[in-house]
Ligand binder design. Structure first.
Ligand SMILES: Cc1cc2nc3c(=O)[nH]c(=O)nc-3n(C[C@H](O)[C@H](O)[C@H](O)COP(=O)(O)OP(=O)(O)OC[C@H]3O[C@@H](n4cnc5c(N)ncnc54)[C@H](O)[C@@H]3O)c2cc1C
Ligand code: SF4
Length: 831
């Protein structure tokens, strides 16, 4: 006779339990899931990814396994343990075994005004939908998050992405106080502030004020206040254990259904798993874990127990990795325990790393990584055992594959699904040939995803060639797609994806293919479906700034400009009230233009002979020059003339990354040509060409490539260098990284573009010639076409109305965006 298994809640852990139960071939059971939410289980760990597409389907976990009856929108309201039934508003459901997987709720501290409209929590897709609807309504500009923990920082990123000025308020003296120490907190704070988020630490919220139209003010416990339109409370979570008391089930010291190491309550027919469980292991009092990995482990144990096994829970791993775009933070093991620590702080690159070892330095107890968490998968897998290399070697920023591979077979590679290195290497030996295959065979990589780099390394160590697929929509690398587009004469993304890819594309493949199409099919980059592929800057042919205005950067080839043109720039800046700044690349930035002002500003500039400086695109930016032999006593060649010619030749050239260049008139190198993608330094005998330098996060001096070239040869080799890079580099790969990854390095590059070892040179030359001939200024092309102009409005339904949210104040005689946060720097008293 069939027995009834009832699961209360359909969250991530319930889903994992149902899969584990089905995997064990649970014959003889009828399974019913009663779920409060109106949608099947989704990936709550990746909840913030909803802001990428606003499509809940992207978080789908695949639905309940076949044969399971899933009743959505039916919360369990009571458990009658004597009669073994659970109660929902729709009626009673009998059970022989009951699994409680009701998760947590966001904790809202008892502060006045927490129930005002505009105050949200961050837990479900419904919460995010409401948050978005409220935040994007007209007039809402400032958002604050209560809580500077992992969840609070994710919520802050969401507010940023919604275009709000964002504040994070944290009671503790540092961000993520549970995961990082003082040193890590200080570095993390700098990273978060660099994203434009204002951080208030050691500050609490004493109350919220507002009215029926929403929250307006946050009052701090130190007497200060902040004008707010949106507040997200991310102050912690509380287990959903409200069924416990009436059902006579014991709770843990901090709430949660109290369960033993088999995840059973005192009633052997009732189990609890995931965030609603208070787990008592090794005689402990009971702890609620707010992470998915312990929940998954509990799901496995209960699936095993109900089907007759004897699994037990060990103390769970509480490692975490922050998923805040652009800021790497990881905390693992017990980083605050007593022991020997090794700490590395690099103020220059913003990296902080700490490892904690036992007193004999033989066992890794835990660690904290901020700014660069590339070593996280290896370090976490080494927890509880010896480090595979000396601590300092492990903390070296870029890590090193040889060090990483030296893990014991029992090391846990994926803590979400408790998968060891042996599991993974066995799967590889059994024929798993890529990450997707390993995910299916072992489940590694299907949780938080932080072990995926380690899976790739294990595949490589197992001799499996790695996929260079651009993204999930194309199995081809960027280089292969470039060749397909060129050889098959593909002219649109939809044609490419329908013939050579799958799905509708994503934020990775769309701009990468837009860039290839711009190289292979020169023309206006916003025509037809091309417009939808571009990222925000290219979409408006201008750089979007943090306050939602745009900066306009006219091209000034070689930095040479006539007084008349300077006057026009000055007049335009004055008439439109634009903030004006001279850049390090010999350009004049004009900041603060509203979108509907862009065409009027361009009109004036185009009439004066300017064109777009492409400061917005992954394209050639500038060719900087010194004054060279025209004015300088030391100059041996005309650096200005060459810089102008080169800039005009390569203007508008789309590439995997932005490109910069410079020409110096002698070896004194005043134009800083050796920090550029291609730099030229004059010699008595001609030009020296340097390649693959860059500034940025990891500066690199360019390598000397060819010496004493004639101008004609120089241009020919630069043409080929650029085209070969554009054709073969990966998406967002700078020339420096491209050259470093190239088999044979500089010598190979010389073989290809000087000695024509691949027989490609004629093609590269022809492609560059096509670019030079077809170039057209994008500002002018926009002005010449009323249809193209139509996109440059603040509001589609009120094109004449400027966005009222954009406000300015005056600083050092020029307008700048209104600031709520830090005061501008003033040295030596008032100016
Ligand atoms: C934004 C965010 C980011 C996160 N990031 C990470 C991360 O990086 N790493 C990590 O490990 N964890 C992370 N977490 C935590 C992780 O999501 C949870 O640990 C995990 O979802 C817990 O799964 P669960 O099934 O126990 O609970 P949940 O996923 O919360 O599911 C519980 C379900 O039960 C339903 N329910 C409640 N009461 C009842 C009832 N009486 N009857 C029927 N149904 C009921 C709820 O509506 C809910 O749908 C994050 C959480 C959030 C919100
Ligand atoms: S690089 Fe040489 S030519 Fe150019 S400004 Fe400096 S010293 Fe003069």
């Amino acid at each position: 006779m069939s027995r009834n298994l009832v699961v209360a809640g359909h969250g991530m852990v319930a889903q994992r339990f149902l899969e584990a139960f089905a995997d064990r071939g649970a014959d003889g059971w009828t399974v019913t899931v009663l779920a409060e939410e109106h949608r099947p289980a989704y990936d709550r760990v990746r909840l913030s990814a909803w802001f990428d597409t606003y499509d809940a389907a992207d978080l789908d976990l695949g639905g309940a396994p076949a044969g399971v009856e899933l009743r959505l929108g039916q919360a369990v309201t009571a458990i009658d343990r004597d009669r073994r039934v659970v109660v929902t508003p729709a009626g009673e459901t009998p059970y022989d075994a009951l699994v409680l997987a009701t998760g947590s709720r966001a904790f809202v501290p008892p502060i006045a005004g927490a129930d005002l409209p505009g105050v949200f929590v961050y837990r479900t897709i419904d919460d995010l939908e409401q948050l978005r609807e409220w935040s994007t309504a007209n007039g809402r500009r400032v958002g604050a998050v209560l809580g500077g923990g992992l969840l609070g920082l994710e919520a802050a990123n969401a507010l940023r992405l919604l275009g709000l000025e964002t504040h994070v308020v944290e009671f503790a003296p540092r961000l993520m106080p549970l995961q990082v120490d003082e040193g890590g907190g200080a570095v993390l704070r700098r990273h978060i502030e660099a994203l434009g988020v204002t951080v208030h630490t050691a500050r609490g919220c004493a109350g919220l004020e507002g009215g029926p139209d929403g929250v307006t003010t946050m009052r701090f416990n130190d007497g200060g206040e902040l004008a707010v339109d949106v507040v997200v409370v991310a102050a912690g979570i509380r287990p959903r254990d409200e069924l416990a008391e009436a059902a006579g089930l014991a709770k843990g010291p901090r709430g949660g259904f109290l369960v033993d190491d088999s995840c059973a309550t005192a009633d052997p027919a009732v189990w609890a798993i995931g965030e609603c469980a208070s787990l008592s292991v090794e005689g402990g009092d009971g702890v609620c874990y707010g992470l998915v990995a312990p929940g998954y482990a509990m799901a496995e144990v209960v699936a095993d127990r109900i089907t007759g096994g004897g699994s037990k829970m060990a103390l769970p791993d509480t490692s975490t990795k922050l998923k805040l775009l652009g800021v790497d933070v990881a905390s693992f093991g017990a980083p605050f325990a007593p022991g020997l620590d090794v700490v590395v702080t690099d103020q220059v690159t913003g990296v902080y790393a700490k490892l904690l070892l036992t007193d004999d330095a033989k066992t890794l107890l835990g660690g904290i990584l901020v700014g660069d968490a590339s070593a996280y998968p290896t370090l976490r897998a080494s927890l509880g055992g010896p480090l595979p290399a000396a601590p300092l070697a492990m903390l070296a920023p870029a890590g090193d594959g040889a060090v990483k591979m030296d893990l014991p077979g029992t090391a846990q590679v994926c803590s979400c699904h408790a998968v060891t290195k042996d599991h993974v290497t066995d799967a590889i030996a059994g024929g798993c040939a890529d990450v997707a295959g390993l995910k299916t065979c072992t489940k590694a990589g299907t949780g938080c995803g932080s072990c995926i780099p380690l899976l790739k390394q294990l595949l490589a160590a197992g001799g499996v060639a790695q996929s260079k697929a651009l993204c999930e929509h194309f199995t081809y690398s960027r280089q292969e797609l470039f060749d397909i587009i060129r050889v098959r004469r593909v002219t649109s993304f939809s044609e490419l994806v329908s013939t050579y890819g799958s799905g509708r594309g994503c934020d990775i493949c769309k701009p990468a293919i837009a860039s290839i199409l711009a190289t292979t099919n020169p023309g206006y980059i916003l025509d037809g479906e091309q417009a939808a592929l571009q990222d925000t800057n290219d979409h408006f042919l201008a750089n979007i700034q943090r306050d939602g205005t745009y900066s306009v950067v006219p091209r000034i080839p070689g930095g040479e400009i006539t007084p008349e043109k300077l006057i026009v720039i000055g007049e335009v800046a004055r008439d439109f009230g634009l903030y004006t700044k001279i850049t390090g690349g010999q350009r004049i930035d004009l900041f603060g233009a509203r979108v509907e002002q862009l065409p009027v500003i361009w009109q004036r500039l185009v009439e004066a002979g300017f064109e777009s400086g492409h400061a917005y695109g992954k394209a050639l930016r500038t060719v900087k020059s010194c004054v060279g032999e025209t004015w300088c006593r030391y100059g041996v060649q005309d650096s200005v003339g060459l810089a102008i010619d080169l800039e005009l030749r390569y203007r508008g050239l789309r590439a995997p990354h932005k490109l910069k260049s410079a020409v110096s008139g002698c070896a004194r190198e005043c134009a800083e040509a050796r920090s550029k993608d291609f730099g030229i330094i004059a010699t008595e005998n001609g030009w020296n060409l340097y390649v693959a330098g860059n500034g940025g996060f990891r500066p690199r001096h360019a390598d000397l490539f060819l010496t004493d070239l004639s101008t004609e040869d120089l241009v020919r080799y630069i043409d080929r260098f650029l085209m070969y890079y554009i054709r073969t580099a990966d998406r967002l790969q700078r020339t420096a990284a491209w050259l470093e990854a190239m088999d044979g390095g500089l010598d190979h590059l010389r073989d290809v573009i000087v000695d024509d070892s691949l027989g490609l040179c004629a093609e590269l030359d022809a492609q560059m010639a096509q670019h030079v001939t077809a170039y057209a200024d994008e500002w002018r092309a926009t002005l010449d076409d009323p249809d193209r102009l139509a996109r440059f409005v603040s509001f589609v339904n009120a094109p004449e109305t400027p966005d009222p949210d954009i406000t300015f104040e005056v600083e050092r005689g020029q307008k700048v965006p209104t600031r709520q946060g830090p005061v501008p720097v003033t040295i030596g008293g008032a100016r």
